[in-house]
Design a protein around this ligand. Structure first.
Ligand SMILES: *Cc1c(COP(=O)(O)O)cnc(C)c1O
Length: 424
């Protein structure tokens, strides 16, 4: 099996570990930036192509700020994500606010920021009326239900998904928006996730182009905005290939030319998260325990608090041992964290070179849904994030959590006194 490469030198990773301690999430700004430019280039045939970064993937303002420089907006789904966007200066039509079961205050904040407000359900029209909200820019989320033949493991088949509205409901929403005089009406969907093949991705694009035409034919409205959602996958396994972005752009161009005459000013967009940052983040952790019972275990200093995907989805993340890429993989290990949960395993029965205590273990493709999904079960703390900038400088962009952070909401003063004593 081929080996995944690290974009940093071994010395740099060791130096960062020595300065900041382990574990840490390490982000490659140049990798992120080159990839975004590739996506933008693949769609440069469009007069108005846009990527909105799904903030939930890596909700760090430094990452968002770096993406903003490339013209990437923000796809927000909560108050926290709206505030992050606002803070780095992403506002107005650079934000898509896509949420469901939405609290009033989030609609109001999104409106205040001038975001494109993406309604998940027809009942949200009542919310708009009740809140006296007439958004400047509105969008409606489509769920094709059984009309979409293919499903996907993470999102499930559309008719089982809680998101979006039926075609009939969506057309009613368009009529409402037209009647309100809203000049900017968009359509949105998100029906696939972690997709590596073009047919599924192009199928979504084709479906949305058809919907745009139906809206024009039935309501005389030319949508200003078509959002294909996220869902572009990444090759977690070394034998997988990344999505052919150039092929995707070409395929989309063909569909556009075929179906979209008169939509030349319509913004088309993705709101990808995973493919933007996923492959360019690494969880670097240290081997601290070896245990031999019925299997061989390597205990590391990171745990599910830092990366949940293997534990909750059984997701594969490639593991390598720093400086041992050329050694034979003649050992079989479970690489585990310290949670009292047997699912707290980064790798199960994985062929790896012999690991010694103190070795630095690299867990690959953790740049999306890595730190952001972490949780504090067992009182485990989430760890720092470090970015290697395009110019090579290293910056800690999030510090380690402390016990004070963990206990901040507990109304028991002696607890904080004891933490103070511990830290002395
Ligand atoms: C999660 C999500 C995305 C991003 O999906 P990726 O698979 O990370 O690209 C985009 N839009 C919505 C509405 C989402 O919930």
């Amino acid at each position: 099996m081929s080996e995944k490469k690290l974009p940093f030198s071994e010395e740099l990773v060791r130096e960062i570990a020595a300065v900041y301690g382990t574990p840490f999430h390490l982000y490659d700004e140049k990798g992120i930036s080159d990839n975004v430019k590739r996506l933008q280039k693949a769609f440069s045939w469009s007069s108005d192509f846009h990527e909105y970064f799904a903030v939930k993937a890596t909700p760090n303002p430094w990452i968002m700020k770096s993406l903003k420089k490339l013209g990437v907006g923000a796809d927000c789904s909560s108050m926290a994500e709206l505030i992050l966007a606002e803070t780095v200066g992403i506002t107005g039509e650079e934000i898509v606010f896509s949420s469901n079961d939405t609290p009033d205050e989030e609609f109001l904040k999104a409106h205040e920021l001038g975001a494109i407000i993406n309604l998940d359900d027809i009942s949200n029209l009542d919310d708009m009326e009740r809140l006296h909200l007439v958004p400047k820019r509105i969008c409606f989320r489509y769920n094709p239900g059984p009309d979409l033949a293919r499903g996907n493991a993470i999102i499930g088949t559309p008719q089982e998904a809680k998101y979006g509205m039926t075609r009939e409901q969506l057309l009613k929403c368009v009529a409402w928006a037209k009647n309100k005089g809203i000049g900017y009406i968009g359509i949105h969907t998100m029906v696939i996730s972690a997709e590596l093949e073009l047919p599924g991705l192009l199928g979504t694009i084709s479906m949305m182009f058809d919907l745009a035409n139906e809206i024009r034919n039935t309501h005389g409205v030319t949508v200003s905005f078509i959002d294909f959602g996220g869902g572009i996958g990444i090759p977690y396994r070394p034998e997988q290939e990344p999505v052919d972005l150039e092929g995707l752009g070409e395929g989309a161009k063909k569909l556009f030319e075929e179906k979209m005459r008169g939509f030349e000013n319509t913004r088309i967009c993705f709101e990808c998260g995973r493919m933007i940052t996923g492959p360019y983040g690494y969880l670097v952790t240290k081997a601290i325990h070896y245990k031999n019972i019925y299997r061989d275990y390597i205990g590391v200093d990171a745990c599910m608090a830092d990366l949940m995907r293997p534990g909750i989805y059984g997701a594969y993340h490639h593991v390598s041992v720093l400086g041992k890429g050329n050694l034979p993989k003649n050992k079989i290990y479970d690489v585990v964290g310290s949670l009292c949960e047997n699912s707290d395993k980064f790798a199960i029965q994985r062929e790896l070179p012999e690991i010694e205590m103190g070795d630095l273990i690299i867990i690959h493709d953790t740049g999306a849904h890595g730190h952001s999904m972490g949780y504090n079960y067992n009182g485990r703390l989430r760890h720092q994030e470090i970015m290697v900038h395009e110019d090579g400088t290293v910056q800690q962009i999030r510090r380690n959590e402390t016990l004070h952070d963990l206990f901040a909401t507990l109304t028991y003063p002696e607890l904080h006194e004891n933490v103070d004593k511990l830290e002395k």
